[in-house]
Ligand binder design. Sequence first.
Ligand SMILES: CC(C)(COP(=O)(O)OP(=O)(O)OC[C@H]1O[C@@H](n2cnc3c(N)ncnc32)[C@H](O)[C@@H]1OP(=O)(O)O)[C@@H](O)C(=O)NCCC(=O)NCCS
Length: 160
Amino acid sequence: MIMGRHIIREMNISDLPGVLGLEAVSFPTPWTEPMFRAQLGYGDISVNLVLLDGGEIAGYATALTVRAEIHLLSIAVLPGRRRRGYGRALLDEVIERGVSRGGSRVFLEVREGNDGAMAFYSGAGFRVIGKREGYYVDTSDDAFVMELDLERENNGRVEG
Ligand SMILES: CC(C)(COP(=O)(O)OP(=O)(O)OC[C@H]1O[C@@H](n2cnc3c(N)ncnc32)[C@H](O)[C@@H]1OP(=O)(O)O)[C@@H](O)C(=O)NCCC(=O)NCCS
């Protein structure tokens, strides 16, 4: 269930201070401003969204779509706004936009031990398909690779 009044729109450069603040309280090694700027500069393959709640940036999601593959790079919601359906709303929207660019399979990496995110993705239909050892260079944590195959989910149809 989605609680609260919110809007989801494309991220732009002027959103970066809010996005960086959200990033800092969400990840042990946050993305930097140049990383977000690069992501915003990739053009049509790049999908970057923010979720605004009461005018404040409460969440963001970023992905790249290359042919059939949508790669979810990052998603986060402000700690005080979690479990209101905002993450799922962002995930659904980023996937929908990736599908409209030709995507049909969604991939992501999630840090081993990030049980909340694993539960979040599993609830959205993702399944673990592999593991990358030492993927996170900051702590040498492993990453689970998760996939959502939209064709299989929709019995061969992908609706964008
Ligand atoms: C993962 C994250 C984006 C989820 O955002 P959210 O807005 O809280 O997610 P939602 O409210 O849409 O959750 C949808 C469902 O996912 C599951 N879920 C979400 N967070 C969960 C948690 N911490 N523990 C268990 N289940 C969880 C629940 O089934 C939830 O439905 P419910 O609240 O009705 O039980 C958020 O926890 C976050 O920003 N985490 C820190 C950053 C991060 O780890 N990002 C992922 C990197 S791979």
